[in-house]
Design a protein around this ligand. Structure first.
Ligand code: SF4
Length: 181
């Protein structure tokens, strides 16, 4: 069964910078959780940052620089968290990830621009970038329909793959039963 790595806050873990969560209350998420399909973690907590913590934004991507709103350099924690997050994806052989949009760690398409004014730019967060760089597809909570389709397509392909040898075995037996011409 395909595993999905999820931003912990989307499953209700209180790991946000302000001590809150971003629970994504959806029946498919609840079913995937019951099935044991979901693996979850928070890159910023993995990287050693406490909860609550000051809000942080990416100031520069090349070279990478992440600071809090008071100028504290959080780059080492963000980088360490991104690496550990990607390690978890590899350990559990996750086929994809569901990550929180706009987060400086988890955003897959946009993040805030570093000015702490709520302006977004097109760029991935540090942990999402690490996964994308390694070839793991990353979806955000607004792309849940696409993620559901992606998982469905993979499981249909897997079923077809598993049935194929059985079908050819069955076909071989049918051929063997045919009288010789
Ligand atoms: S780093 Fe990711 S998992 Fe952790 S609180 Fe932020 S968005 Fe959620």
């Amino acid at each position: 069964m395909d595993k999905i790595l999820v931003s912990a806050c989307l499953l209700g873990a209180r790991v946000r910078y302000d001590g809150g969560h971003n629970l994504l209350d959806h029946p498919v998420i609840a079913r995937w959780k019951r099935e044991g399909r979901l693996i979850w973690a928070c890159p910023e907590v993995l990287g050693g940052l406490p909860t609550p913590r000051p809000p942080a934004e990416v100031q520069s991507r090349f070279p990478i620089l992440v600071t809090s709103n008071t100028g504290q350099d959080f780059t080492p924690q963000f980088l360490a968290g991104a690496e550990l997050f990607a390690d978890i994806a590899r350990q559990h052989d996750c086929c994809c990830a569901l990550m929180k949009a706009n987060s400086p760690s988890c955003g897959n398409r946009t993040i805030y621009d570093g000015s702490f004014t709520g302006r977004a730019i097109n760029a991935p967060g540090v942990a999402a970038h690490e996964l994308i760089r390694g070839g793991t597809p990353v979806f955000n909570e607004h792309e849940l329909d696409q993620l559901i389709e992606f998982i469905q397509a993979r499981s249909e392909a897997d079923t077809a793959h598993r049935l194929a040898p059985a079908d050819s075995y069955h076909a071989t037996r049918l051929v063997a039963k045919c009288p010789a011409p």
